[in-house]
Write a protein that binds this ligand. Structure first.
Ligand SMILES: [Mg+2]
Length: 194
């Protein structure tokens, strides 16, 4: 990566289905979009604290022919409308099938690395939030800290090797901001000692 850490942004990589909205399995219809009520406030707090918010979502429904790229865009537009304007900085989706061996498809880290290049993100200061073991593995594959939310599939999942387990997206934001405060306290301590 070029540039030092203060020239790049920390990010929170966000799974969509089951993390920020109800997971209805292969959502191709905007009428099925139901964003979790805690999402907007949680993301607003993260954004206020300097985090870029990046959606990374597997959408093999496209590759399977269940819905088109255009229908995916319509679902995304409704998702962003319900979440509220100006919160999400970027959105990446992977239409590939599980059998494709695609590095972009989670647990592959491809979408994170793409976002890192496009938006000058500092992965060492970044986090991933998701509800499946494949999300957590994706974060680990990109060396970002991971939080499993117990919404969507997360209810029936072990911790999947996540650094933290959160009740929902609001609790996940609390965890990130507490880790952030701790980091700043440590930095201040080091400065005071030197
Ligand atoms: Mg999910």
């Amino acid at each position: 990566m070029t540039g030092s850490s203060n020239e790049s942004w920390p990010a929170v990589f966000l799974d969509r289905d089951g993390t920020l909205m109800r997971d209805v399995d292969y959502c191709g219809d905007p009428r099925e979009v139901e964003v979790f009520p805690q999402g907007r406030e949680a993301l607003a707090r993260l954004k206020q604290n300097g985090y870029k918010l990046v959606i990374i979502t597997n959408q093999s429904g496209i590759g399977r022919g269940y819905f088109s790229e255009t229908e995916y865009r319509a679902v995304e537009a409704e998702f962003l409308r319900q979440l509220g304007d100006g919160l999400i900085d970027a959105s990446y989706h992977c239409p590939d099938l599980p059998t494709s061996g695609s590095i972009r498809r989670k647990p592959g880290p491809g979408m994170i690395f793409e976002a890192q290049r496009d938006h000058r993100l500092d992965l060492r200061r970044s986090f991933l939030i998701g509800d499946k073991a494949s999300d957590i593995a994706c974060g680990r594959n990109a060396s970002v800290r991971t939080i499993l939310v117990q919404t969507g599939y997360g209810m029936s999942q072990s911790d999947a090797g996540a650094d933290w387990v959160a009740r929902d997206i609001g609790h996940a934001a609390d965890i990130i901001l507490a880790a952030n405060d701790e980091r700043e306290a440590r930095t201040a301590n080091r400065r005071n000692r030197s």
